[in-house]
Ligand binder design. Sequence first.
Ligand code: HBI
Length: 97
Amino acid sequence: MADRIDVTEALKDLPLWGAHGGDRPAIVRNLAFADFNAAFGFMTRVALLADKVDHHPEWSNVYNRVEVLLTTHDAGGVTDRDIRMARFIDEAAGAMG
Ligand code: HBI
């Protein structure tokens, strides 16, 4: 089981992410793409990685926007798995333009 990390600590190296204000520790990022095709292409890339590493985002998509929430259910909070997924998401989003 991955160890929980304090959200403030986790966000130190993730300037594009914020703290989830809800009932459980999580990090969030709101993304906007050129159009739906780009947004869904981004989600497809992340989905393939999520399945490969068995760690899945909680997310929603409206047209060109994607809201992503990362937390580790098994640990009840943010872990290194979420940080690594956030870094991948930042790279994937950057590559989508
Ligand atoms: N995704 N975000 C997240 N957190 C988990 O704990 C998790 C997951 N995907 C699959 C998964 N755990 C499996 O290891 C089982 O625990 C469901």
